[in-house]
Design a protein around this ligand. Sequence first.
Ligand SMILES: [Zn+2]
Ligand SMILES: [Zn+2]
Length: 400
Amino acid sequence: MVRAIAYGNWEQPIDANIFGIRSTWQGELRIPFACHIHQPSSTAPPNIPFHQFARLPAELQLRVLQFCDKPTLFRLMQTSHLIRTEATKLFFSDPEAWYCVEGEWLEMGGHPSDGLHDIDFLPCIQRLHVEFNLMDEKTWTDGNIRNFWGRVQCLFPQAKNVMVGDESIDSPPHPVGSSTASWPPPELHRRVCQLCPPDINVFVSILRGDGRLKRTLWRRVTIQDDDNETQELDECQNHPGPSIIVPHKPFRGQVGICQYLWSQCWAIANKEKALRVLGLAAIERHHFHGRHEAFGCPAPNCDAWFGRPEEFTTHVIRTARRHDDSYVLLEPYQSLFADGEKTLEELRQRQREIEGPFLRWWGKYGSDERRAAEKEFLRELEQGGPFSKQRWLSTMEMWE
Ligand SMILES: [Zn+2]
Ligand SMILES: [Zn+2]
């Protein structure tokens, strides 16, 4: 199911830059860091002369930085000692760039060993998107909420804007026909915002709707009323675009191989899904970008007609799953998506090549190999500092 496909995907360019883009299981796109810093091929200046830039007076260099685009800033962060700090600050201050990290990892302690995220990258993040599969009232006690915010402050000291996102669908009992926009945010999410430290701008993002889902965003505001100060959640008009996936840490040892395999397993599935989501966007774009060409549903025995962008995507979401496999992409998208499939097949092949030897090393359940492997595995984990045993047990279950 891809019920949460965002509106407006068709307005974005669909070219070779889309390879690597991922989608959540419900169809929300996520941008890998490598794609985020990639210069669109058409506008890439050939080898910017950085040495000339470095000869400018420091003050002028800092001034020039203000006008640099993200790929250039990212290069400057690596090439020039003098301006690294400034380039880094500017790079991360991009108001559109929200970096997403896994909420369940933070909930289980936020230990560097357990997560996939590059731990040195985290302190640079200014806009943080913490994504939860499901925020459950049973586990989110006030104590746990405070611990969660403590970890956020410790791991992300620069994150002054934090968006807490929930992937589960919020469907409170409300009068039939009342607009979903008028529903107040759930009590649990209110509480999470209430207990957020005062120096953080906190947002909460929730999925709602029937058929096609839509995200609603609230932000915490403080209302000064005579000598009373209260906190309220205010609904925001716009939701940020797709978040950026934090680069992963270097993977080391058998634990590293395991984490690599585990992350690739998800990455491949999420890239497959993204190709499906972007395929729908390509069809919309073909008909409505710079032109207006209404079209009919390509599924046999369906006479739906689409005169405006988004109608086709909404129709595919609302109709049966096999319905959306019936469309045929036109050129140039057909070749582009064929290339995308080929890239995925290469990833699957590479995954198998690494998984084979790892599984032989891991051995069968109950065997001597397994006992030896488990011992080595535990030793590596313990060397890496605190970790969540529960999390590792569920990770390893993948291969039983
Ligand atoms: Zn057409
Ligand atoms: Zn149809």
